[in-house]
Design a protein around this ligand. Structure first.
Ligand code: GLY
Ligand code: MN
Ligand code: MN
Length: 435
């Protein structure tokens, strides 16, 4: 794996010429008072180094004579480590992580200038760590002040995202192996949830069993707070309380995935808790399923990314018109976004080290064209939210649809021929959702 991190750094360096790129580790996140969440590295930092440690800075300086890859890390200190765990330390930053040079993080201000002073620009993504943003600015301004005298040095700070995030959008074989594993574990968890969900069971019991499966297989845990939403809770997109007792007649919408070696899966299934759909649930389920399948059929190299959403949206709007939930001409309803009270999100997102992974979805007015190696979710839904106001000039929704929330979400890899649904191991056909 170290070889792959090196390849990524080299690929990035080949694109930044005489620039120097700086990457900051993610900050620790506070749970409460002096208790912190388990540490999770910034995804760009992880992608380039594999180092999952706070208080670190990675520098790439392709133009530097001796050191192209420099790490600043926490130094070994057993009196500290005995409290908060072992750290890599300066020596192993070189021997394990392949840095050409490594320093203790407290020497950053002293050692960084030598890697910046002859660069023509600094590549840095301003982040949430304001004090580190300021550190980078201070170095930049100091070099700008002496620029007239030296005639060399950085004269711009450029965001790394256009280069690095287009790399991250296309997954390598080893990344795909981790994504398949994350998908397989989440598939097993969803299949278990389908078996154990029944009237009388609490949503959190399902959550607990699914997250047990995640950890049992070595996943770090949920990729995001698991959504186990029964009855009208299924209409709340980010419902995470998961504390309701499920009733016969409810639908259960489960949106849960795991993080395996930092790569994520993201699956949603919706099924009747009591084993049988009501007539209305069945009709809307079939509509969402049809939208999802037709959208997935558009996932192939050469197609525009937006075609996936546009396809799903058209199926949903046509269906809602047929059912009398919307009234009017389909094109106009889409153009005027009259469907938004019942379908308020997009049909998917890139998936990878981040659940909502990096990468653009279009280039200004030009479409983003799909290419092999990209992984995305396809997740249309319909939510007849109790109390939701119809769009202007649209009918009140018949009471019989109220409180039905349905989403179906799969993780899809763009292949040479078309696509592969990584999460196909969880049933979604209508007849398989009933028991
Ligand atoms: N669970 C987050 C999402 O589906 O985007
Ligand atoms: Mn998703
Ligand atoms: Mn999801």
């Amino acid at each position: 794996m170290q070889a792959e991190y090196r390849q990524r750094r080299e690929a990035l360096m080949s694109k930044i010429g005489n620039g120097t790129a700086i990457f900051r580790s993610a900050p620790m996140a506070v749970m409460h008072n002096d208790v912190e969440y388990a540490y999770r590295q910034d995804s760009d930092f992880l992608y380039l180094t594999g180092l999952n440690e706070a208080e670190a800075v990675a520098v790439l300086a392709p133009h530097h004579e001796e050191h192209k890859f420099i790490l600043f890390v926490q130094p070994k200190d057993i009196t500290k480590e005995v409290w908060s765990g072992y750290v890599t330390g300066v020596d192993a930053a070189k021997s394990i992580y392949g840095a050409d040079e490594a320093y203790p993080i407290n020497e950053l201000n002293e050692k960084l200038p030598q890697y910046l002073s002859n660069a023509d620009r600094i590549y840095y993504r301003f982040g949430r760590d304001k004090s580190f943003n300021q550190t980078v600015l201070n170095h930049y301004q100091r070099l700008l002040r002496v620029y007239p005298k030296r005639g060399i040095g950085p004269t711009a700070i450029q965001d790394t995202c256009t280069i690095l995030h287009s790399m991250r959008m296309v997954k390598t074989e080893s990344e795909l192996a981790l994504m398949r594993k994350a998908a397989d574990i989440a598939v097993e968890a969803h299949n278990l949830a389908f078996e154990i969900a029944k009237p009388g069971v609490y949503e959190y019991e399902i959550q607990a069993e699914m997250e047990r499966i995640f950890r049992k297989h070595g996943a770090l845990g949920p990729a995001y707070p698991s959504i186990v939403a029964s009855g009208a809770n299924s209409c709340i997109l980010h419902y995470i309380e998961n504390n309701r007792q499920m009733q016969d007649g409810d639908l259960l919408l489960i949106d849960a995935g795991c993080s395996y070696d930092y790569y994520n899966s993201d699956i949603t299934r919706t099924f009747p808790v009591g084993g049988k759909f009501t007539e209305e649930q069945k009709i809307l389920y079939e509509l969402v399923l049809s939208a999802q399948k037709q959208a997935i059929a558009q996932v192939k190299p050469g197609n525009a990314y937006n075609l996936i959403h546009d396809t799903a949206l058209r199926v949903l709007v046509e269906g809602m018109v047929e059912l009398g939930i919307l009234k009017g001409e389909v094109d106009k309803l889409i153009e005027e976004e009259k469907y938004k009270p019942y379908y308020m999100h997009r049909t998917g997102h890139w998936l990878g080290l981040d659940v909502h992974d990096v990468g653009v979805y279009q280039h200004g007015d030009n479409p983003l064209i799909l290419q092999p190696g990209q992984v995305l979710t396809v997740e249309p839904g319909i939510y007849i939210v109790p109390g939701a106001k119809p769009a202007e000039e649209q009918p009140q929704v018949d009471q019989k649809w109220m409180g039905i929330g349905i989403r179906i979400e799969d993780d899809v890899l763009v292949t040479q021929e078309g696509c592969e649904v990584l999460t196909k191991g969880v049933d979604k056909e209508l007849q398989d959702m009933e028991r």
